[in-house]
Design a protein around this ligand. Structure first.
Ligand SMILES: Nc1ncnc2c1ncn2[C@@H]1O[C@H](COP(=O)(O)OP(=O)(O)OP(=O)(O)O)[C@@H](O)[C@H]1O
Ligand SMILES: [Mg+2]
Length: 475
């Protein structure tokens, strides 16, 4: 605060724009500078004015001019109309201060010492933070400046000095309205984009739900259909084995007591190769029992995988989930005409049961293992392998790592991997939803973490971490 002739004058030094305070200690008339007190030279005085961002930024106009008279005239005119007015004495100051505070419109003098209005405008438009602030050039009628140059630099209008008050106000009003309309449009566009984003998320949830329940139901349905007939076979095989044994004993008894049967029986025994048949029948029955056991295990895995009856949080052995997923993928792991068997290396640590949504977690294993198989097939490597490691970390987290020695993931696409619908696979092969669904299941449903490490040409490792407790709040 300074006092002069019994009056108070307030000013503040700051980095932002400056407003001439309402109490005007300074009067400038037609270029004559009258100071009511021994004040520093005019330009220094400007740096002692109130910061604009201490008041509302609504309709703030920045006037950039090196001529005090022009500044004063515009300041008076615009403040009378209710605008907040900020001033800068030259282009450099204006640009510097625009870094921290932005007006709604800039009145920019063309001819100024230092960088001129054109250069100032050029720099303003090159800066993303200021490029959309409308700029109106001010030029004296006598100046032969290139108006086209100004407009091509991004200015929205020109006004000529001496200022025609009504014209200036009208132009300012139009451009402020235009800017506000553009702002509103941008805001609406943002809202529409956000709505679109939520729509995509909703669609993702829907697809996820459908994909999961479709796969789960299919698997559960097949498991159920196979379960019944395989049980007939498995259950009856025990009797078939027993009866066959009895019959064979019976035949052997006959052979013992009637070593020389009639010609017809002897001939028939030769035709049938009775000796071989007796030995082979037992072996056939043994392999049939083994086959039916395998089918029963597969059915059990299918049921384990779908776990449709267990949509609630449940403590489970996640190794069972991984193994049943591997059973479902067995056909893809086997050798094909042009690709060797994919070796699965399991390195399981003993783990406590993990409270989780079992069918959803199996879905995650399915997605990651399928991707690993795709990456191995793409690499055409001689000894393809998938290594699955499990371990307990920090006492209450479990970690599952699934690593392949396939093609690897190129750097530029790594950031997009969890994006919905991102795929590098041909149309019809990949939907690009596997990892985004897995991400949601792990992070949202289980409050866990999922990440990956990859080296192009060497392979990829996905690491899932699931907390063993603390899922109760998840819906
Ligand atoms: N183990 C991996 N090795 C190499 N690239 C991978 C691996 N896992 C994922 N990717 C890349 O990430 C992309 C996205 O995977 P994501 O599972 O989300 O979709 P997708 O497999 O293409 O289709 P789908 O919806 O059928 O799973 C894949 O297209 C692939 O480019
Ligand atoms: Mg996939």
């Amino acid at each position: 605060m300074d006092t002069y002739k019994g009056r108070f004058y307030s000013y503040a030094l700051c980095d932002n724009f400056f407003c001439i305070p309402k109490v005007k200690p300074l009067r400038i008339k037609y270029g004559v500078y009258e100071s009511p007190f021994p004040f520093p030279p005019l330009f220094d005085y400007w740096s002692l004015l109130m910061p604009v961002n201490s008041i509302s930024q609504e309709n703030t106009i920045l006037v950039v001019d090196d001529t005090p008279t022009n500044l004063q005239v515009l300041f008076d005119l615009l403040s009378e109309q209710g605008y907040r007015v900020a001033i800068a004495k030259n282009g450099e100051t204006a640009l510097q201060r625009l870094q921290s505070s932005q007006p709604n419109l800039i009145l920019l003098d063309v001819m100024m010492p230092g960088i001129d209005g054109f250069e100032t405008c050029h720099r303003l438009k090159a800066n993303p933070a200021t490029h959309d602030i409308p700029v109106i050039f001010m030029t004296a009628l006598s100046d032969s400046v290139d108006k086209v140059k100004g407009l091509s630099l991004g200015a929205v209008d020109y006004i000529t000095k001496p200022i025609q008050h009504e014209e200036v106000l009208a132009r300012i009003r139009v451009h402020l309205q235009l800017r506000n309309a553009i702002r509103m449009m941008e805001q609406r566009t943002n809202e529409v984009n956000q709505a679109l984003e939520s729509l995509m998320q909703a669609q993702l949830h829907l697809v996820q739900g459908e994909k999961m329940s479709a796969l789960g139901q299919l698997v559960a349905g097949i498991a159920h259909e196979i379960n019944n007939p395989v049980n007939f076979i498995h259950g009856n095989l025990i009797y078939v084995k027993e009866y066959t044994q009895h019959l064979l004993e019976f035949v052997q008894l006959y052979q013992k007591h009637y070593p020389n049967p009639v010609d017809e029986i002897r001939k028939r025994a030769e035709d049938l190769d009775l000796e071989f048949l007796q030995g082979d029948l037992v072996k056939i029955l043994g392999s049939m029992a083994m086959g039916s056991d395998r089918i029963r295990n597969i059915v059990l895995s299918l049921r384990n995988f779908s776990r449709l009856d267990e949509s609630e949080l449940k403590p489970v052995d996640i190794h069972v989930g991984i193994d049943s997923t591997l059973v479902i993928l067995q056909h893809r792991l086997k050798a094909k005409r042009d690709f060797p068997t994919i070796q699965v290396i399991k390195d399981y640590e003993q783990l406590p049961e993990v409270k989780c949504y079992p069918s959803q977690l199996n879905q995650v294993f399915m997605n990651i293992l399928s991707n690993a198989i795709d990456a191995l097939e793409e690499s055409a490597i001689a000894s393809p392998s998938i290594t699955i490691r499990t371990s307990a970390i920090e006492t209450n987290w479990v970690k599952v790592s699934i690593a392949d020695n396939g093609v690897g993931i190129p750097e530029p696409i790594r950031c997009k991997l969890f994006d919905p619908f991102f795929t590098t696979k041909p149309v019809g092969k990949g939907t690009g939803l596997g990892l985004s669904i897995s991400y949601q299941i792990v992070t949202e449903k289980h409050r866990g973490k999922i990440e990956f490490h990859s080296t192009v040409g060497q392979g990829t490792e996905f690491v899932i971490q699931i907390p063993m407790q603390g899922l109760k709040t998840v819906t």
